[in-house]
Write a protein of this length. Structure first.
Length: 137
């Protein structure tokens, strides 16, 4: 933990900078690499979560028979998510786009839900990193 897989981004307090780190994390989730996604977040006090725990929280958050998967949607929807994101210096809340039909994530017709995730943004070894705070609908 807190090693080579950490998502690092410039020490600049701006919404666009924070979102750049966020979308890098979503891309890892969209690849289904929950271990790397767990390692990409800074855990200063450690975590009891495993990659299986992270996967379960994301894929079952909205319930139903089909698992939910993180995706990178089309540019229009990325803009909607970015516009709705909330940022203050040191904190970001944005919607992780989830669908039960991940084979065509750019399609406007797929069911898409936003799983809100918030992060503290902290300086770590000369860069900013994300510390996970909470998931909420």
């Amino acid at each position: 933990m807190n090693g080579r897989h950490l998502i690092r981004f410039p020490r600049e307090d701006s919404k666009s900078n924070y979102l750049e780190g966020f979308w890098r994390w979503v891309a890892i989730l969209a690849d289904g690499d929950y271990q790397r996604a767990l390692e990409a977040i800074h855990w200063p006090q450690g975590t009891t979560w495993t990659s299986a725990d992270l996967k379960e929280r994301i894929t079952t958050f909205f319930g139903g028979d089909d698992p939910w998967s993180a995706v990178i949607p089309n540019d229009r929807l990325v803009k909607v998510i970015n516009d709705a994101a909330e940022q203050v210096d040191g904190w970001l809340m944005a919607q992780v786009p989830l669908t039960t039909e991940p084979s065509d994530p750019k399609n406007d017709q797929i069911p898409l839900m936003g799983l809100a995730a918030s992060f503290f943004v902290r300086e770590h070894e000369g860069s900013y990193v994300q510390e996970f705070e909470i998931f909420y609908a």
